[in-house]
Design a protein around this ligand. Structure first.
Ligand code: HEM
Length: 310
């Protein structure tokens, strides 16, 4: 066994033993919890205003606060737009513009997604659900970018990346897959029938049966059923190894999960790379259209003399 292989299998086993949550992912979870709590609070407060008919709103005492140009309504628009501008920092980090090399690209993408979700939510509250004029086109472009972002994230996840954001090649995936198989066979003495079960549950067979859009939908369903499939694998392992210690079972399950994902991702790599390319072609123009309309909207509002607290 080469030293490189030994080190790699060591890393894989270490990862399987202690899958520690990083400080960053704890921070991100907290950020999402705080974000959703703040949005829920804002909606609860503004609900009596949002549910008023458009003609009744100007007579409401809540109007000065929650209308798009009101103290809170306007503030939400400014914060939401700032978040949308900040998410473009991801592009700057990805291409190392302005010498920006700091931090892992995968974390910048996580922040991009956070701003990409909460920016549009705050902008939606800023509109107070009253849409007219050209800015409504900008708003729908914003929604299109946000929802297409969710699809893009799914495709992105199907192409394994390093933390630095580099996509793994087929050869790298293949060697990782072989390494995991070796650990499963040499350390855990798993049977051929177990390997076949993993193959069946991986969803890799879908690539032979379906193409294009339907393949994509089948993969989505396959992923939704992953929890159920893994309970099946767990039952199989416990039935065939009743004395297996809890720790070893956990490690074995982690490796089995990695193996099923790798088997599928290897087969789908070309399809997913193509899908991701086409997705970029759609996502980016909508993002830039939205940006241009947003700047135009801000310029018009400033020209009309609207001011917030500054
Ligand atoms: C206002 C909302 C959003 C805007 C304006 C936006 C804009 C963009 C832009 C311009 C890119 C291209 C980056 C580059 O290659 O330089 C991008 C990439 C991406 N976005 Fe968004 N996005 C938004 C929301 C989202 C959301 C909500 C998600 C996921 C839930 C998301 C996921 C992604 C992913 C996975 C990439 C690809 C990363 C890569 O290829 O390196 N985006 N976005």
């Amino acid at each position: 066994m080469s030293l490189l292989l030994y080190n790699d299998s060591d890393t894989i086993l270490k990862q399987a033993k202690k899958r520690k949550t990083s400080t960053f992912s704890t921070f991100l979870h907290m950020l999402y919890i705080a974000g959703f709590a703040a949005v829920a609070y804002l909606i609860r407060e503004a609900w009596p205003y949002y549910t008023l008919g458009l003609s009744d709103r100007p007579r409401s005492p809540l109007h000065t606060l929650w209308k798009p140009g009101g103290f809170l309504g306007h503030g939400l628009g400014i914060i939401g737009s700032a978040m949308i501008l900040l998410l473009f920092l991801y592009s700057a980090r990805k291409r190392q513009w302005f010498g920006l090399r700091w931090g892992k690209l995968s974390r910048w993408l996580d922040i991009h997604i956070f701003f990409g979700i909460f920016g549009p939510i705050l902008v939606t509250l800023h509109t107070s659900f009253k849409l007219n004029g050209f800015i409504s086109i900008g708003y729908f472009a914003l929604l299109a970018v946000m929802f297409s972002g969710i699809i893009g994230r799914y495709i992105y996840m199907q192409i394994p990346h390093t933390l630095e954001g580099h996509a793994l090649t087929l050869e790298q995936l293949d060697s990782k897959d072989r390494l995991i198989t070796r650990i499963l066979v040499e350390k855990y003495r798993i049977s051929k029938s177990f390997l076949m079960l993993l193959q069946k549950l991986s969803g890799a067979h879908l690539a032979q049966k379906r193409r294009g859009f339907w393949l994509f939908i089948s993969l989505l369903f396959n992923d939704l059923l992953r929890g159920y499939r893994f309970r099946k694998i767990r039952r199989y392992l416990v039935r065939h190894n009743p004395d297996i210690p809890g720790r070893a079972l956990k490690e074995l399950l982690h490796l089995s999960r990695q193996k099923t994902l790798l088997m599928r991702r290897k087969l789908m790599l070309h399809f997913m790379q193509k899908a991701f390319h086409y997705w970029h072609v759609l996502h980016k123009p909508f993002a830039y259209l939205m940006l241009v309309l947003m700047f135009l909207h801000v310029a018009i509002v400033l020209a009309l003399g609207y001011k917030w607290i500054f």
